[in-house]
Design a protein around this ligand. Structure first.
Ligand SMILES: Nc1nc2c(ncn2[C@@H]2O[C@H](COP(=O)(O)OP(=O)(O)O)[C@@H](O)[C@H]2O)c(=O)[nH]1
Ligand SMILES: [Mg+2]
Ligand SMILES: [Zn+2]
Length: 350
């Protein structure tokens, strides 16, 4: 059974992706997009249709993510190279060593989902907004359960105040017409993902936008498709409007791996007060002439927001510290490996 192919345009190809490619690359290989990453290899989609391809060892180290663009060798189902990413979502692996792992690439929009009820949590939204900026992806806040929530307008208002310029959409994820409010961000070739805590409606939204898009484009019957789902687990899905949704296990357990500048962009209001502190190096903790604490006491700045900013700063600092240590370790390891190689060459008299 063969799947219908997608054109490069439909797959979200951008001309700049070709910048570093040579004619030789195009003569020996063709571009494809990664639909799923497995231990044994990748599932890719291209103008030739779907294929399972092997990832050579030297490329496996670079880490290939769902959504990546790769060049596939013409005469073998093997990846020849990985193209530069426009954006990427990085996960800090749980555990002590804080390994960074790329889990989704070339996203355009990150739908940050919360609901109009007790789950509504501004601190969590701020965390996800930072994550989106860090990834280089446009965030859109989606507030689900607008049909059953009380005081929807209040939630929308609060969400809008979190970060100026970020769109906020309140909807009923179970209703087609309501979900169509997301269509401005679901144009053909666009790549999106939904993040948010469990139970907020991510799966419901995904099902709404995906519908039977895959079956339609693959031209196969629903029952066949169901069998397919189990045999080739895909993590990137076409939507009814021609956009792509990335839904991979890694997206469900994101931790902050962010850089400090992105945090400052989300908390621009706090930064603006900080610039008015008497001292440049003010810690905003009982320092004389602190404008940030003054703003909290006169109600211009929420105490929760400041506390969350501090918390995220600590996390980011910690993540960066471990990253620096990792780099130093791998630098030392590289130097050692070189030394060993040199000694070996000398021993062999080369
Ligand atoms: N009334 C209503 N129920 C919703 C809405 N969104 C999700 N639900 C329900 O909330 C529950 C959790 O949704 P689900 O999509 O599984 O959340 P996920 O854990 O984020 O994937 C399900 O029973 C959904 O039917 C909504 O906008 N309105
Ligand atoms: Mg779910
Ligand atoms: Zn201060």
């Amino acid at each position: 059974m063969s799947f219908q192919a997608f054109s490069l345009h439909q797959l979200g190809w951008r001309p700049e992706l070709a910048h570093h490619l040579t004619l030789a690359d195009f003569e020996a290989a063709y571009p494809a997009r990664v639909m799923a990453v497995h231990r044994s290899g990748l599932v890719v989609m291209s103008s030739r249709g779907q294929a399972s391809v092997v990832l050579p060892h030297h490329l496996a180290d670079a880490g290939v993510a769902v959504g990546d663009w790769v060049m596939i060798e013409d005469d073998a189902d093997r990846v020849r190279g990985l193209l530069d990413r426009r954006s990427e979502i990085v996960r800090v692996a749980a555990g002590s060593e804080h390994r960074r792992q790329s889990i989704a690439a070339n996203l355009d929009v990150l739908f940050v989902v919360s609901s109009c009820n007790d789950d509504f949590n501004p601190s969590r939204l701020e965390r996800y907004l930072t994550l989106a900026l860090d990834a280089g992806v446009t965030p859109v806040i989606v507030l689900t359960k607008a049909d059953i929530g009380d005081g929807v307008a209040g939630f929308v208002d609060e969400a809008e105040r979190l970060m100026p310029g970020v769109a906020v959409v309140a909807l009923n994820a179970q209703d087609d017409a309501s979900v169509s409010q997301l269509s401005p961000w679901l144009a053909q070739g666009t790549t999106v993902a939904f993040v948010g805590s469990s139970g907020v409606g991510k799966s419901t939204l995904t099902n709404q936008v995906v519908g039977d898009a895959w079956q339609r484009t693959s031209g196969i019957r629903e029952d066949d498709a169901r069998g397919r789902h189990t045999t080739t687990a895909r993590e990137m899905f076409p939507t009814l409007s021609g956009a792509w949704v990335i839904d991979t296990p890694g997206m469900r357990e994101l931790r902050l791996a962010t850089a400090v500048p992105e945090l400052a962009a989300v908390f621009e209001d706090v930064e603006a007060f900080a610039r008015q502190c008497r001292f440049r190096d003010c810690h905003h903790e009982g320092d004389a002439g602190c404008a940030v604490e003054a703003a909290v006491s006169d109600g211009a700045l929420g105490a929760r927001r400041l506390a969350n900013y501090r918390k995220l700063q600590r996390e980011a600092m910690h993540a960066q510290q471990t990253l620096r240590e990792q780099r130093e370790q791998s630098r030392q390891f590289g130097a050692m490996a070189k030394q060993i190689m040199r000694a070996k060459r000398e021993r062999l008299g080369r």
